[in-house]
Design a protein around this ligand. Structure first.
Ligand SMILES: [Zn+2]
Length: 277
């Protein structure tokens, strides 16, 4: 009887959706030199990020997760396609497909993971901290809480009932994730000292930390399922830009409210249609 109850609790996770970013990768510390379009060492960053992704995929496959879809979340493409792990398929290309196309694809997956994440804009020690666009956005707030890219994915996945089980990246990003989702497993591959400086572990150590963390995450989620991140609606998103011209462009939509010179507000009952405005 006890055995039956235990068996019912175990969640068989066979598929996972991974988002990658570049600024939380070990060995990557500079926007200008390593992550922006045309950056001199961009390809090197892409290779490092791909090796970190592959370590995560290897751990998933070893744990019996055999359907893995990856979305390259870095604006100017952050992966080195030639080295991609054979077990995964990749969503790439910009701009992203419309939600009507992308959402049903994402919604087939059982668990979400992020590899290479940085902290939200404004976290002082967060190496490469920014939210969405490092050149345009001061901050984003949802229902009055300032959020970063981690909460954006968590809420987007949460709306489809998909739990966010693992994140790797800079240490402040890991803290940000655990604050949002206490049950998440994380792996810090660099410790930010300031926005442009960090202490990174070696690439080999980063991959080991990620593989171990992913194995822990799958194990934990199978034992005690991580709950999807859902905040009560209706939702209000405020976006504050560095410059008024960017706010002008964002406000040029019938449902936008102009709060002040640099800030635009959107409202919706549907978090998915709001979170990436
Ligand atoms: Zn990012």
């Amino acid at each position: 009887m006890i055995l039956c109850k235990r068996l019912r609790m175990i969640k068989i996770v066979k598929s996972a959706f991974i988002v990658t970013d570049l600024e939380g990768t070990a060995g990557v510390t500079s926007f200008d030199a390593q992550t922006r379009p045309g950056a001199r060492y961009l390809d090197r960053s892409r290779r490092l990020a791909t090796a970190e992704l592959n370590a995560a995929v290897e751990a998933l496959v070893a744990a019996g997760v055999d359907d893995v879809l990856v979305l390259d979340g870095h604006g100017c493409e952050g992966l080195w396609y030639e080295d991609l792990h054979p077990a995964v398929k990749l969503i790439h290309g910009r701009p992203h497909a419309p939600h009507s196309v992308l959402d049903p694809i994402v919604d087939r997956y059982e668990a979400g993971l992020i590899i290479g994440q940085h902290a939200m804009a404004g976290i002082r020690s967060g190496n490469m901290n920014h939210t969405q666009n490092s050149l345009l956005i001061d901050h984003i707030a949802i229902n009055g809480t300032v959020v970063g890219e981690i909460a954006q994915w968590a809420l987007y996945w949460g709306a489809a009932g998909m739990p966010f089980i693992f994140l790797s990246g800079e240490a402040d990003a890991c803290t940000e994730a655990r604050t949002l989702i206490p049950e998440i497993e994380t792996a810090a591959v660099k410790q930010g000292l300031s926005r442009n400086s960090a202490i990174s572990v070696s690439p080999i150590e980063a991959r080991r930390l990620i593989a171990d963390g992913v194995a822990r995450a799958v194990d934990r989620h199978r034992g005690t399922p991580v709950r999807p991140t859902v905040w009560p609606g209706p939702y209000v998103l405020e976006k504050r830009f560095f410059y008024t011209d960017a706010a002008d462009a964002a406000a040029d939509s019938p449902d936008a409210e102009r709060v002040d010179g640099q800030t635009v507000r959107f409202r919706s009952e549907d978090i998915r249609s709001l979170v990436y405005r």
